[in-house]
Design a protein around this ligand. Structure first.
Ligand SMILES: [Zn+2]
Length: 190
C-alpha cells in the first residue's frame, strides 16, 4: 500500500495491460481474479494498471485507472499522456496477440514442410478425365493432359493445404482457424 509522503508529486510512467488480446475474436480476454494485480491505493484487483512513479524517491506504484482519475493524493495524470500510454499498451497487446497466431502457423508450416511427400497415384476419373492425388489423402486433381509438371505442383500444393487444414482443425474459434490457415499457407507459398 502507498504510504503518503508530504508534498509528494507523481508521474505516470507506464500503462500495464494484463489481459491478452485475442486477435481472432478481436477483443481482450478477461483474466481470472487471482491473476489480477491489486491496486496499491484501494486494493481492488485490476486487469489494467497505471504505473505511477513518486518523483521524490522514484518509488513505483501500480494503481487502478479509476483510482488515478479520482485524484490520487490531489494528483491525476495528464489525460493526453494517459491516453497515449493506453494506446501504446493496447498496441503491444495486439502485437502479442498477432504474434501468437504467427507462432502457431509457423510450427504448422514447419511440420508440413518436413513431411515426406507421398506417392502420386491415380485416384479415379472426374468429368471423364483421370484424376490424380496422393496416398492417404482426399486430394483429387483432374489431369486432362496427364501428369505435367504443373499438375504435379498443383497436386503437391493441394496435399500440403490439406495437411495444414488437418492441423488447424482442432482450433475451436473459426476466425482464428482461418487466420492460422491463411498465414501457414502463405508461409508455404501454397
Ligand atoms: Zn484503486
Amino acid at each position: 500500500m502507498i504510504t503518503a509522503i508530504e508534498n509528494a508529486t507523481y508521474t505516470l510512467t507506464d500503462v500495464i495491460e494484463l489481459r491478452e488480446w485475442e486477435e481472432a475474436a478481436e477483443c481482450y480476454m478477461s483474466i481470472p481474479e487471482d491473476l489480477r494485480i491489486p491496486c496499491a491505493h484501494c486494493g481492488k484487483p485490476c486487469q489494467r494498471l497505471y504505473e505511477v512513479t513518486r518523483d521524490q524517491d522514484g518509488h513505483k506504484f501500480l494503481i487502478g485507472p479509476s483510482c488515478c482519475k479520482k485524484n490520487l493524493f490531489g494528483w491525476e495524470p495528464e489525460k493526453q499522456v494517459a491516453r497515449q500510454m493506453e494506446k501504446d499498451a493496447e498496441k503491444l497487446a495486439k502485437n502479442k496477440g498477432h504474434q501468437k497466431l504467427v507462432d502457431l502457423a509457423t510450427s504448422i508450416a514447419e511440420e508440413v514442410r518436413s513431411l515426406p511427400l507421398p506417392e502420386i497415384v491415380l485416384v479415379g476419373t472426374k468429368y471423364g478425365h483421370p484424376a490424380y492425388g496422393m496416398l492417404n489423402s482426399k486430394v483429387a486433381i483432374v489431369c486432362r493432359e496427364g501428369l505435367t509438371n504443373e499438375r504435379v505442383r498443383t497436386i503437391i500444393d493441394s496435399w500440403k493445404r490439406e495437411q495444414v487444414r488437418i492441423r488447424v482443425a482442432s482450433i475451436e474459434n473459426a476466425k482464428k482457424r482461418e487466420k492460422v490457415l491463411a498465414i501457414a499457407c502463405g508461409m508455404l507459398m501454397i
